[in-house]
Design a protein around this ligand. Structure first.
Ligand SMILES: C[S@@+](CC[C@H](N)C(=O)[O-])C[C@H]1O[C@@H](n2cnc3c(N)ncnc32)[C@H](O)[C@@H]1O
Length: 209
């Protein structure tokens, strides 16, 4: 089965699922801070590895402007065909790989169950670009995988707890939940999951007088 066919089956399996809790956590924190606000331009989110758009739709529904990217063309086709996609001019969706992505300045980087699929060689530079793109007070929301995950050693990016804590430098940690559990994949295969669920707030740059 090709990668495209495998992702197509994944999109069938997760169709109509609700937005991810990490995104909802970040959006609720923004809302408590008055973001979005009716009198200012909409805040801007990047949805990385958007899949068929469960998180993109929620961002648009709440008044955010969104750039959604995914390496699989079918993901973008499915996102743009969703009947619940708000009729909004605030979405740009394109087929793009993390490894080549040059993120624009933004208020939120959302990456639900997607960034571990960046190649391990390219992940450090990608993380550097993403953290530089988030404005002070902006957030990162998403998941990374740990070494006990069954997919560790299969070419995906894995972080142990110490590496996760290093990635959090320059952020205030709002959520860092580590889970290890036996479960199933979206396609129904048995799998041990080792997941870090993250919501991080970008700190202002240090200034020295
Ligand atoms: C597990 S799905 C997650 C989709 C969605 N964010 C969700 O939470 O359901 C991972 C997505 O990342 C995309 N992806 C995988 N590798 C990628 C890469 N190197 N660059 C960009 N997208 C990638 C896949 O096409 C897939 O749609």
């Amino acid at each position: 089965m090709s990668d495209g066919e495998r992702w197509g089956r994944y999109y069938d399996a997760v169709a109509a699922k609700p937005p991810r809790p990490t995104l909802l956590h970040a959006l609720d924190r923004f809302a408590a801070e008055g973001v979005p606000s009716p009198n200012v331009p909409p805040p801007f989110a990047l949805d990385l590895g958007c899949g068929d758009g469960r998180d993109t739709v929620e961002l648009l529904r709440r008044g955010w402007k969104v750039l959604a990217i995914d390496a699989t063309p079918e993901a973008i086709d499915r996102l743009l065909a969703r009947p619940d996609l708000p009729k909004s001019a605030l979405l740009e969706a394109r087929v793009e790989q993390f490894e080549d992505f040059q993120p624009p300045a933004c208020d939120l980087v959302n990456a639900s169950f997607s960034l571990p699929l960046c190649s391990p060689e390219d992940f450090p530079a990608l993380w550097g670009r993403l953290t530089a793109a988030i404005r002070p007070g902006g957030r990162f929301a998403g998941q990374l995988y740990g070494p006990q995950d069954d997919w560790a050693g299969r070419g995906i990016t894995i972080h142990d707890r110490a590496a996760i804590e290093r990635l959090c430098a320059g952020f205030q940690v709002e959520k860092l939940d580590e889970t290890v559990e036996d479960g199933t994949t979206a396609l129904g295969k048995s799998k041990r999951w080792h997941i870090f669920h993250l919501v991080l707030v970008k700190l202002p740059a240090c200034t020295f007088n």
